[in-house]
Design a protein around this ligand. Sequence first.
Ligand code: AMP
Length: 174
Amino acid sequence: MNRSRLESLIREVADFPRPGIQFKDITPVLQDPEGFQFLVAEMSDQLKSFGKIEKLVAVESRGFILASALAVRNHLSLALVRKPGKLPWKHITESYELEYGQGELSMHVDAVRENEKLVIVDDLLATGGTLEASAKLCEKLGGEVIGLQVFIELSALGGRERLGAYSLSSLFKI
Ligand code: AMP
């Protein structure tokens, strides 16, 4: 496995979930044992550039898959950023703009400790709204966001610029 073979496993699906969206489907990577292994190893290497991480923060839904694998591999604990109506206990919520309308993300109030050094993980960066809202939640809980990490960065959508205050790493810029 190498970077270009891994990239070739990302499936482009036109007009999903809406006309005009080029959806990047990562399920072919997950279905390939070498591809999945290689992806986690590469993201794990990149994580080192953030310095001493105390916890990974996983963004629902595909971020859960990558962040879980990275957390186990690196002996880190995991906090969850969840979509509305999923968290059973006391939580805080952040609203953010979606392409059409508003989205909401939540975290349990005890998900993050004061001054804990966090890296937030998701599968893909588009406009940056999801990672920005996730970072705000972490900061409201007293955490320190020392990095953001994604598998795929859609460079044309300005997410990196929007998230300029944070250190951001991606495996592929498309
Ligand atoms: P954004 O908040 O605009 O950066 O969107 C990022 C979130 O939406 C991530 O959780 C992605 O999983 C999902 N997403 C946005 N655009 C795409 C796309 N073209 N293909 C796959 N997932 C996407």
